[in-house]
Design a binder for this molecule. Structure first.
Ligand SMILES: [Zn+2]
Length: 121
């Protein structure tokens, strides 16, 4: 499943953040164009890395705004309507100018693990 792939790519960062955070805080930025939610990320973690959940970390989530580039009309900026091409969970962003779905996600298509200020190397 795509959401697990997303989470898998940041799993190591989550482990590092957890190991070094004094208050077991994990801060995750969720790209608006990933189609992910905090709930989906936590349920993926329960499957992929239950030992992380067992440590009862504090999760904090913040949104990363999405930006697109339209290959049809050249528009660059905030996406228009977001849809999914079921059964694929991938988010498709429409161009707000020409309504094309031939858009490339330039920002907000990823997960980011942020180290808290408590982080000590
Ligand atoms: Zn366009």
């Amino acid at each position: 499943m795509e959401e697990q792939t997303f989470v898998y790519t940041v799993l190591e960062n989550i482990r590092v953040a957890l190991a070094h955070s004094k208050n077991r805080e994990i801060i995750i930025g969720i790209g608006q164009l990933t189609g992910l939610s905090a709930e989906k990320i936590i349920s993926s973690l329960q499957m992929l890395a239950p030992e992380i959940i067992e440590q009862k970390p504090t999760f904090r989530f913040f949104p990363i705004p999405g930006k697109i580039w339209c290959t049809e009309c050249g528009y660059k900026g905030e996406p228009g309507e977001l849809t999914t091409d079921k059964p694929s969970p991938e988010v498709i962003a429409r161009c707000p100018k020409c309504n094309s779905t031939k858009t490339i996600k330039t920002e907000g298509a990823e997960l980011e693990v942020i180290l808290s200020e408590e982080y000590k190397l």
